[in-house]
Design a protein around this ligand. Sequence first.
Ligand code: NAG
Ligand code: NAG
Ligand code: NAG
Ligand code: NAG
Ligand code: NAG
Ligand code: NAG
Ligand code: NAG
Length: 813
Amino acid sequence: MSLTAAASGFVVFLLSVQVVQGWNEWRVTYTSTKICVIKGSTVDIRCTYRYPSWENGRYTNVKERFWFTKMNGNDFVDLRTDPEYSGRVQYISDNNNCHLRITDLRKSDSAEYKFRFITNQPGGEYSGSPGVTLSVTDLRVQFIKWRELKCHSICDPPYSSYVWYKNGQKIQSVTYKSLFSDNFGYADSYSCAVKEHEDFPSPPVCVHGQTCNRVTYTDRSICASKGSSVDISSTYNSYTFNVESKFWFSPERSHQWQSPSQPEDLSKYSQYAGRVQVVERLRGRSTLRITDLRESDSAQYRFKFTAGSFEWNSILPGTTLTVTALQVQVTRIKVHQSYTEAELKCHSSCSPVGRLSYVWFNNGKEITWPRTSSYKAWFSHTDIISCALKGHQNHPSPSVSAPRFASVSVSPSGEIVEGSSVTLTCSSDANPAANYTWYKRNGNQYLQPPSKEQLVFRSIQSSDSGEYYCTAENELGRRTSQYISINVKYAPKTPSISVSPSGEIVEGSPVTLNCSSDANPAATYTWYKENQTVIQGPKGISHFPSIRLEDRGIYYCKSENQYGQINSTAVNIDVEYGPKLPSMSVSPSGEIVEGSSVNLTCSSDANPAANYTWYKEDEDSPKASGQIFIITDFRPEHSGNYYCEAQNRRGRHNSTVHEIVMSRSMKSVAAGSITAIFLAIILLCAFLLIRRKRSLKQSTEPRKRPDNRAQLNMNPVYDNCSAVAQTKPAEEDDDISYASVSFSDNKEDPLYSNIRPAQANRQKHEEEEEDEDSVEYTTVNFNNSSASPQLKHREAVEDLSSLYSAITKNPRP
Ligand SMILES: *[C@@H]1O[C@H](CO)[C@@H](O)[C@H](O)[C@H]1NC(C)=O
Ligand SMILES: *[C@@H]1O[C@H](CO)[C@@H](O)[C@H](O)[C@H]1NC(C)=O
Ligand SMILES: *[C@@H]1O[C@H](CO)[C@@H](O)[C@H](O)[C@H]1NC(C)=O
Ligand SMILES: *[C@@H]1O[C@H](CO)[C@@H](O)[C@H](O)[C@H]1NC(C)=O
Ligand SMILES: *[C@@H]1O[C@H](CO)[C@@H](O)[C@H](O)[C@H]1NC(C)=O
Ligand SMILES: *[C@@H]1O[C@H](CO)[C@@H](O)[C@H](O)[C@H]1NC(C)=O
Ligand SMILES: *[C@@H]1O[C@H](CO)[C@@H](O)[C@H](O)[C@H]1NC(C)=O
C-alpha cells in the first residue's frame, strides 16, 4: 500500500516537473509547455507565478513583469518593445496570473516564450524557465499518393480534426483525419483547415497540374486608411477556360438581400457607387479597386465566376478589408523643461490584424525611422507628429502636437454691460485635446471651475472687469494665451456728494460741492439747486469762489452715462452770516405818556438767528436782552436814546440810535403831582404827629405795637417812605423774547419813599386791622395790576380815600 502511494507520488512528480519550475517559493507555472498554432491566428499563453511574500525583513512587491523570447546582451527584451511584435502582443495580467496574447501569428513568432518578474527584493528577479514553445505553422495540402491528400502542418503531434473543402465548398462529412482520400477530379481544387480554425484554411491546390477551378486571394487581410484607395486582388482559373461572368461581392452585404445564396455584384450597391472598379491587366488576375475608402467599407470581399455549368461559389474566406482612421496616441510621457519625452503609438482599428508597416511624419516630412506603430522620442513645442500606413502616406492621421497657440475669444463681441451673460472661450490647436485653465491677471488663483474650455459669466459684474488669460495644456506641452481685457460697462452707482469745507459755511467763503459716482464709462454730472441746473459737466464739481446768501438751498446732483442715471441724496447748503443792520421799532410810536408801557423791538437778518441786547446811550451796561424790550410804567428818566445790538456767532451789529421822548404835558402834570404828593406827605406826617400826642394823653395803658411802627415813630418821615415799582411776577413771564425790566430805586430815591408794594404788606394789614388807629396811614396801596385786595382792607382804605386821592396812582391810559 505504501509502495503504491510512493509510486503514484512519483508519477505526479514526473508530470508536474513538466510544467512547474522554481525553487523555494519562487515559481512560474505555465498551463502548457508546447503550443502549435496556425499562421494568422491568435494564441493565448497563460501562466501563474508566486514568490515569497516576506523576505529579508520586507514585503515583496512586484515591480515589473513581462514576456520575452530573446536577450539583448544581458537584457531581456520585453516583447512589447520588440518591433517584430509591434501591435500584436497584449499582456492580460491580473493578480498572479500571467497571460500573453499574440495575434496575427507569423511563422517567425515560433520561439520559446518565458515570463519574467522583478520584485523589490535584492536579486528578486525570476524567469519561468523552461518556457512555452510556440510553433506557428502553415497548412498545406500535400499529395501523398494516388487518391490520398494530407493536410500538412509542422505541428507534432498534429491537430486531431480537420475540415476539407472541394472547390471552396465544405465536403459534407464528419471530422476528417489528416489522411483524406477521394476520387479526385482534375477540375477540382482542394483545401483543408483545422477544425475550429476554419478562418485559416490552406490555399486551394490542384490534384493534377495547375488548371483546376480555383480562386486564390493575394492577401488574407488588408488594412487601409480612411480616404485612401485599396486594391484587392485574386487569381482565378477555370478548368474549362470559359469564364462567362465574374464579379466581386461581399458576403456581409449579401446578407442584406433576400437571397444570401445569391451574392450580388458589389458595383450594384449604392454605397459603393462611383467608388469601385474591377481591373484585369493580366488574364486570370482580377483586382477590385475601392477608392475614397470609408470605415463602413470594412468587410470581407470575395470573387466569384461562372464558366458554363460550373460556378465558383466558395465559402472559403476572401480578403478582409479594414478601413481605419489612424490616430496618434500618447502612451508614455515624461515632461522636461524644454522638451517632452514621449512614446507615441499609431493607433488603427486594423491592429493587430494585418502585417502593417508605418510611416511617421514630423511637420509633414517623413521620418526615416521607425517603421513600427510605436514612436518614442523627445518632442519639442515645434514638433507636429502624424503617422500613416506605409503605402497610404497621402492619408496620414491627424497630427499631434503640443498646443502651438492658445487664444481667448469673447462672446458676445462688442460692449459688455453689467448683468449680461459673457462667455470667454480658450482655443488651441492642441492634439490630443488640451485641458484649459483660466487666470485673471493679478489674481493669484486660477478661476473656478478650472480646466474648462469656456469661462462663463451668467451675470457679469463690474468687479469682473480685468484682464484674463488661459493656458492650454496637453501631454506634449503647454501654452499661455495673450491677455484679453474685459471692460464691464455699467450705469452710475449712487453718487456720493461732499461739501467742502464741511461744517458751517460762512458767507463770502469759498465752497466746493463734489459729486462723484462709480460708472463706466465715466459719468457726467449735473448739480441741481432745488429744481434748477447749477452746473453740468464731467467733473461733478460745483465751485463757489465766494458764496452768497442767495446760494443757500437744497442741492443734489445727477450722475449719468449712456447706461443710466441716478440722483444723489440732497444736501442742504446753509450760509451763515452776521447780523445785518438791525431795524428798531418803538410801539407806540411818538412821544410816550408817562406811566405807559413801551415796546422796543429790534430785528436783524442773521443766520443763525441773532440774539439782541439793548443799550441806552451814555450807559455802559446793557439795559436788557431779547428781541422785544418792554418798558412798563414809562418814567421821565426812561427818556433817551436807545439802540439794540444784534449778535450771532458770525458777528454783531448795532442799530441806529432811536430817541424815545416822554410827552411834555404829562411831564408838567407829573411835576405838579410830585409837588402835591410832597406836600401831602408833609401834611400827613404833621397830622400823624399831632394825633399821636393826643392819644398818648388820653390812654392810661400803653399799647403794644409792632416793631416797625415803633421805628416809624422814631425815624424821620423820609427814611420811612419807600417806593417800589410794581414787579411783574416771574411765573407770568412766559414769553422769553420779551424782556421784563424792574426799575427799583429803593431808598436811594427819596422821591418814592413811603410807597410800598401792596402785596408784600398784605399779610401785615390783616394783622394790624384790629388797631384801627394806626394801620390806615402807614401804607399807600400802589396796585397797578388790580390784584383785588380783600373787602375789609378796601373798607378801611375807603375812609381815607378822599384824603389820599392826590397820591393814588393813575391807572394806565
Ligand atoms: C491638464 O492636463 C495636464 C497634462 O495632461 C495634466 O497634468 C493635468 O493634471 C490636467 N489638469 C486637469 C485639471 O485635468
Ligand atoms: C471729489 O470726490 C472724489 C471722490 O471722493 C475725489 O476722488 C475727488 O478728488 C474729489 N474732487 C475734488 C476736487 O475734491
Ligand atoms: C421749479 O421751481 C420753481 C420755483 O420754485 C417752480 O415755479 C417750478 O414749478 C418748479 N419746476 C418743477 C418742474 O418742479
Ligand atoms: C433726477 O433729478 C432730475 C431733476 O430733478 C430729474 O429730472 C430726474 O428725473 C431725476 N432722476 C432720477 C433717476 O430720479
Ligand atoms: C408790547 O408787547 C406785548 C407782548 O407782545 C404786547 O402784549 C403789547 O400789546 C405790546 N404793547 C405795545 C404798546 O405794542
Ligand atoms: C448772543 O449770542 C452770542 C453768540 O452766539 C453769545 O456769545 C452771547 O452770549 C449771546 N447773548 C445772549 C444774551 O444770549
Ligand atoms: C454796540 O454798542 C455797544 C455798547 O456801546 C458796544 O459795546 C459794541 O461794541 C457796539 N457794537 C458794534 C458792532 O459797534
